[in-house]
Design a protein around this ligand. Structure first.
Ligand code: SF4
Ligand code: SF4
Length: 86
């Protein structure tokens, strides 16, 4: 999160499906405990304040891994899900 870039438009706050972005000191701040790494806020921010390029790549990878884990859990493959979390 690049606080200097944030213009406090709150678009990310409205877009977040799990209310994981409080405004702190007039700037958006992602709460890592609640974030599910859907990346909607990254795509929504008009000034690209949320992540820098390298962080964005890492974020997308983490998002993909979490989605894969959820998909495996839904399919009932618990052994694979457990292995994926190691
Ligand atoms: S990645 Fe998704 S869940 Fe996390 S803060 Fe952004 S919009 Fe919310
Ligand atoms: S969308 Fe970007 S500029 Fe707007 S509040 Fe969120 S981080 Fe700040």
């Amino acid at each position: 999160m690049n606080k200097k870039k944030c213009i406090a438009c709150k678009k990310c706050v409205r877009k977040c499906p799990v209310d994981a972005i409080p405004m702190v000191g007039g700037k958006a701040l992602i709460d890592d405990n609640d974030c599910i790494y859907c990346a909607k806020c990254v795509r929504t921010c008009p000034v690209k304040a949320i992540l820098k390029d390298k962080e964005h790549i890492d974020f997308e990878i983490e998002s993909g891994v979490k989605k894969m884990r959820k998909s495996l859990a839904k399919s009932g493959n618990k052994k694979t899900e457990t292995d994926a979390q190691k």
